[in-house]
Ligand binder design. Structure first.
Ligand code: MSP
Length: 507
């Protein structure tokens, strides 16, 4: 039986349209999911929209649209974007769906029955942008003498009755859990950050609000709506209907941005322990895309529309850039100039050029047929065996989701293959009628392209499909086939460029 692999993205707030930061998280999760699928796992990949809370309600009010209608519209924009990005998610959850609301109310009952909740009063400062209360120590004063939170928004004083979750009692169990499960939070620097946060002590958490209505009602007390983070986090379970929970829970990895790590690595496991669920295996926190050093976010007005980028440069091109340009886990600055440079150097000049020249030579020197190789030289053997070696190394890198390192390793093969073309000079072999050597070189190179396309499927899925088509292969090839060489004698059609150069003026 196949091993299961359950992966999630955060569910996206519908207060505004999707931007490049959202596409990034989604591309990363999609690539990891594809990697596991091609490694023969039974994968389940979900995403969706987070539709309750004050932030969403305020945005609907500002636009003078009924809140449900507003969330329908924005959620559809996310869904459309994900279709455009050709994400392979198995399901898409909306927290306004019945299946979700029912599950959250069921959980509330469970927490109440387990004596994890009590009614009290909350007085403190609330950040609508982050949808959370801010501790005094994290509050600063802006130039207008207003209190602001870590995300720079002006905080609101809140004084209202509230249900509390007994978070403080979970401090020790959480610390014990972290100690025994060093892989729970990745990368390691984030693990240490979470651990020291919990070591400093945990206060009970306010988990209901009475000053607005846009949320799931607290069962038996309609004055209160359930705190949006308690509501949202349980999407990872409420989506697993009809026996899927048994099959896929606990999740293998929740991919999240570093800004929402605390909710996933502290509150989420505490909620789960209190409600009697198993804990997810890993929370992976990635970094931020910044513009001139500032986080890309709608509130700062510096967002990039992924629709525009994909229409202008191509899905795989944008996907590759995002995953290659910065180590997964760290921040990176976005500019169109960097994107164009990366596409032209890695995709057009290195990979694209390799494919184009080798497949054109197959047409020119062997009537479009993959030739039958003769005895391999040492150089042939070293290039022929490289993809399998890289595959093994990459599997190891995948354990820590080092996506950019995996890509860098694949590019080693591309570089070596390009040097092989330069060194073997097939055009001279043809001119000098050195046919055995020519056939060898063309076979070794075509086989290498085939294997590069296999290894890069998770990151360049559309392009790999096109390359497989050029090589007369099926659409998708599992990693297990990396050990088998391409069949000789296949007839190939004339190559079309897979990664055209971008000639646009660099901004
Ligand atoms: N709704 C919550 C998540 C609830 S999960 C149970 C939320 N939504 S969000 O829309 O604000 O952000 C969703 C994800 O997009 C987060 O992982 C966040 O870090 C990511 N990004 C938002 N802006 C980003 C960048 N500028 N760069 C990279 N990722 C960013 O938080």
């Amino acid at each position: 039986m196949k091993k299961s692999f359950y992966i999630t993205t955060p569910i996206y707030y519908v207060n505004d349209l999707p931007h490049l930061g959202h596409a990034y998280t989604s591309f990363a999760a999609d690539s990891i999911c594809k990697y596991k699928l091609l490694s023969n796992y039974d994968t389940y990949f979900i995403t969706g929209t987070d539709e309750h809370g004050q932030k969403v309600e305020n945005s609907a009010k500002e636009k003078k649209i009924d809140t449900q209608k507003f969330t329908d519209q924005v959620s559809a924009r996310f869904k459309n974007l994900f279709q455009k990005l050709k994400l392979s998610n198995n399901d898409f959850i909306r927290t306004t769906q019945k299946r979700h609301k029912n599950k959250v109310q069921f959980i509330w009952h469970k927490l109440l029955n387990n004596n994890e909740i009590y009614l009290g009063n909350y007085e403190g400062w609330y950040s609508v942008r982050d949808e959370c209360f801010i501790n005094e120590s994290d509050i600063t004063i802006n130039k207008d003498n207003k209190k602001i939170g870590p995300s720079q928004d002006i905080l609101k004083k809140v004084k209202e009755p509230s249900y509390f979750f007994k978070l403080s009692k979970w401090q020790k169990p959480l610390l014990n859990f972290y100690k025994k499960n060093k892989d729970f939070v990745k990368p390691l620097s984030r693990y240490n950050e979470v651990k020291s946060f919990v070591e400093r002590g945990l206060d009970d958490l306010s988990i209901s609000r009475t000053s607005f209505k846009w949320g799931i009602n607290v069962p038996d007390n309609n004055e209160h709506v359930i705190y949006v983070w308690l509501d949202a986090l349980f999407n990872y379970i409420s989506i697993l209907e009809n026996g899927l929970e048994k099959k896929y829970w606990p999740a293998d990895v929740h991919i999240v941005g570093k800004d929402i790590l605390r909710f996933h690595a502290v509150y989420w496991p505490a909620f789960l322990l209190a409600a009697g669920y198993e804990l997810p295996k890993t929370i992976y926190a990635h970094g931020w895309w910044t513009i001139d050093g500032k986080k890309m976010s709608k509130s700062l007005g510096n967002v990039i529309d992924p629709n525009y980028l994909v229409d202008t440069y191509g899905i795989d091109q944008v996907r590759y850039f995002l995953l290659k340009e910065i180590p997964f886990g760290e921040d990176g600055n976005f500019s169109e100039k960097l994107l164009i440079n990366r596409i032209n150097s890695d995709l057009a000049n290195n990979y694209g050029n390799l494919i184009q020249r080798v497949l054109s030579m197959i047409q020119k020197y062997n009537n479009g047929f993959i030739p039958k190789p003769e005895k391999f030289t040492d150089e042939d053997i070293s290039l022929m065996s490289l993809p399998e070696q890289i595959y093994k190394i990459n599997n190891d890198k995948m354990n820590n989701y080092q996506l950019n390192v995996i890509l860098e390793n694949i590019w080693q093969i591309i570089r070596l293959a390009n040097s092989y073309v330069d060194n073997s000079e097939p055009w001279n072999l043809f001119k000098n009628k050195n046919i055995n050597k020519l056939n060898n070189a063309l076979y070794v190179l075509t086989n290498t392209i085939y294997k590069i396309a296999i290894l890069s499927q998770p990151f360049l899925p559309e392009s790999s499909k096109k390359i497989f088509q050029l090589l007369n292969q099926k659409e998708e090839i599992f990693f297990n086939d990396i050990k088998n060489n391409i069949q000789e004698g296949l007839k190939l059609s004339k190559p079309i460029p897979i990664f055209p150069r971008i000639e646009k003026d660099e901004k």
